[in-house]
Write a protein that binds this ligand. Sequence first.
Ligand code: HEC
Ligand code: HEC
Ligand code: HEC
Ligand code: HEC
Length: 296
Amino acid sequence: MKQGCNLWFGLLPALLAVPLTAAGSPEARLIDCAACHGRISSEWRVSSHAAAYTSPLFLHELEKSADSPRSACSCHAPDFFVNGGIGSAPGRRADSPESGVDCLACHLDAEMVAWSDGQEWMVPHRVCADKRYSQAVFCGSCHTWAKDAAADCLDCHMPGGKGPVTDHPGFDRPADATHRAHRMPGSSDPEFAAGAASLEVRQAGGQLKISLTNLVPVHAFPQIRHRRAQLAVVEQPGGRVLWQETVRLAADSTAGYAVELPGGGVPLAVELRLYPLAELLPDSSLLLAREAVENR
Ligand code: HEC
Ligand code: HEC
Ligand code: HEC
Ligand code: HEC
């Protein structure tokens, strides 16, 4: 559905606005949004959205799928899709694929007008409003499973960050203002990822009862299939693995496990680890949770 943008200043924008660039030109991706949105830009630069076309995981998948249509996967270097395209997969763009999912892809339409969930104004460039920016359907354009989710993705993935939306000295904004953070934390942030699941362990007779709950009400843990989550019972000290299991929990669900305890009173620990690049770097993991077990 194409949306209108009811700017009351009608024809004035063309005269007043800072032109964001000539539509469709390769220079389009060189526009410096950072000149005025410095904070948001530095957050985006270290996000997986910025690395969507250059990350080792994507390059690996690209190589594997060279003969299939997936090799043209448009979500990693998307063309303009706002104003009409929200909720369906974007087309693939030809210029500068290495800038990944960038500011232009998510905010500009083919006429170089910036869209957001805010108000329609001139600030100094044109801004049009679309409520779907703060809804799951926007994320669902690419994260297709999210299209119909009744969830506030932004609440967890784009929380309010310190500092105003615009930080160019020419615009006098209150220093205590906040902006939607663009770092998009996921499994690359151990502290964030640890919030996804809670681990409970108790000893009952000769058994260890382990229960793992996915605290995220709207998506699986781990969300992406390329990542692996693993529960393990290990000896302390030394870390010899006595039992392990790969886990994948549906949204808002709990899984239970019973493990026979070894005799001899060896102290143990139950560990939950996430292997973010399970196929590429099988030994590289993040420790999300650990519970010590006395085993007496
Ligand atoms: C010359 C400075 C300048 C440049 C360059 C600039 N912006 Fe802006 N932009 C602003 C100002 C000022 C606002 C209004 C927000 C505020 O009051 O601080 C704004 C608002 C926005 C909004 C709406 C925020 C809201 O209120 O919801 C979006 C989206 C946006 N800009 C995106 C971009 C993108 C994408 C680029 C690069 C293609 C860009 N801007 C380049 C100054 C700039
Ligand atoms: C235009 C397509 C597109 C849109 C729209 C989009 N994403 Fe993404 N997102 C991607 C791609 C591509 C990646 C990189 C995945 C990879 O290769 O690891 C990604 C990565 C992420 C990651 C980190 C995953 C990781 O592998 O570290 C999170 C979290 C995320 N997106 C959340 C969101 C949320 C929340 C929204 C809505 C506000 C959103 N995305 C909108 C395409 C998109
Ligand atoms: C209650 C907070 C919460 C909400 C709401 C939420 N997420 Fe997440 N999300 C997380 C956590 C924590 C992780 C990291 C653990 C994992 O990978 O499962 C994550 C992981 C992800 C990842 C994979 C990141 C990676 O690095 O592998 C993507 C993509 C993502 N979320 C997108 C979304 C989208 C889109 C929505 C809205 C439909 C959403 N999330 C709603 C907390 C949340
Ligand atoms: C994956 C899509 C995506 C990418 C990439 C992205 N944004 Fe956003 N941006 C959003 C969403 C979603 C919001 C929150 C809803 C809203 O305020 O419109 C937002 C909000 C904003 C806002 C308003 C912030 C506020 O607090 O009101 C500005 C300004 C902005 N983005 C600029 C940028 C700039 C500059 C870049 C590149 C450095 C960028 N965005 C990259 C999706 C994206």
